[in-house]
Design a protein around this ligand. Structure first.
Ligand code: ZN
Length: 142
């Protein structure tokens, strides 16, 4: 077993658990952006979000929602980012689905960098075209 999260779940590697049940765990990130940065992780090994059981996905978000409130209450965070990296191109470093809960504090220095053409808004026709493609692909579009 090489997946670091599966090894944590098997007790082979240490972690600081915030919560744990049969389907989902949450533990502290060992390389936190800010103090209190934690990960919500399904127990089942699944690499990509789209392959995760939908009910587990819903619960993962519900747990992150609870912990977001806890981070604000207990640590006095000014804000929280939820971040899910789905695939290597999206900065996924551990190939096991996980949702980051990142406490944010004013002036903490964490930032997103946008591509150079980010300010150039695409025409409505292009947005409509992509909306149609994605709606059909998801089986929910008009
Ligand atoms: Zn795993």
């Amino acid at each position: 077993m090489t997946c670091v999260f599966c090894r944590i779940l098997a007790g082979e590697l240490p972690a600081s658990f915030v919560r744990r049940d049969d389907g989902l765990v949450a533990f502290m990130d060992i390389q936190p952006v800010n103090p209190g940065h934690l990960l919500v992780v399904p127990v089942e090994h699944v690499e990509l979000l789209g392959d995760l059981d939908p009910e587990t996905g819903r619960r993962m978000f519900a747990v992150a929602q609870e912990l977001t409130a806890a981070v604000r209450r207990a640590l006095g965070a000014d804000g929280v980012n939820l971040f899910l990296a789905d695939g290597e191109a999206a900065f996924q470093q551990v190939p096991h689905v996980h949702l980051h809960v990142i406490p944010r504090f004013a002036g903490d220095g964490f930032a997103l960098r946008f591509p150079p053409d980010y300010e150039d808004r695409p025409p409505r026709a292009e947005l409509d075209r992509l909306a149609g493609i994605l709606g059909r692909a998801a089986g929910v579009g008009p």
